[in-house]
Design a protein around this ligand. Structure first.
Ligand code: FMN
Length: 184
């Protein structure tokens, strides 16, 4: 039997960005499983400074995909989960007033970065492909009617990929090239 680590590492290794999605739909039950995983993401003082717009409308998906800075997508995902920044709670702002000037500014985005793996890995565990897309925020806000004080900061596309994940050799830096010992 595989250990939890082996299962997790296999998921991490097999996931890659999907650029060509098939017509196969992500079911509501699969989507709900992916959304459930989002609830368990950690966040600064449990503030969860995010909300999600689940987009299934093909016209809106097409508009959102055209807001991205870069991307060589052959076909578009079946669903997009657009992640929108929400204000962090007062206690965190108090913390920032105690001297951590950039605390709120940086943590707003760090928290968004923390929630994305829950989405893409739970999708991967269901055999569903994913892509992360950086939109021009003001354009994506406009498409989704998000007020200007909030940011549609990142989009996560979900759908079935047309190729098996192992079709392409990928280079990832070896651990030794990433790690410094004790000091930088
Ligand atoms: C924060 C973030 C933003 C990204 N934005 C885009 C994007 O706008 N367009 C795109 O094609 N890929 C985007 N990607 C996907 C990366 O290009 C991709 O993860 C990287 O090339 C490594 O490939 P892999 O996901 O297959 O391991 C983004 C990834 C991350 C983590």
């Amino acid at each position: 039997m595989k250990t939890d680590y082996e299962v997790l590492l296999a998921l991490l290794r097999s996931r890659k960005t999907t650029y060509d999605f098939t017509d196969k739909k992500v079911s509501n039950s699969e989507l709900n499983k992916i959304l459930e995983s989002v609830r368990w993401a950690p966040s600064t003082r449990n503030t969860r400074p995010w909300s999600f717009v689940v987009v299934k409308d093909k016209k809106v998906i097409d508009q959102l995909m055209h807001t991205c800075y870069y991307g060589d997508f052959k076909t578009f995902p079946d669903i997009i989960i657009a992640i929108v920044t929400e204000p962090m709670k007062v206690e965190v702002q108090d913390l920032a007033r105690r001297g951590f000037r950039d605390f709120v500014g940086s943590h707003k985005y760090i928290n968004i970065g923390v929630v994305i793996p829950n989405i893409i890995l739970s999708a991967q565990s269901l055999g569903i492909g994913s892509c992360i897309i950086s939109p021009v925020v003001r354009e994506a806000n406009k498409v989704l009617n998000v007020p200007a004080r909030k940011e549609t900061i990142i989009l996560v596309g979900l759908g079935y990929g047309s190729k098996p994940h192992s079709d392409k050799k990928r280079y990832k830096k070896p651990v030794q090239e990433l790690i410094h010992k004790d000091k930088y």
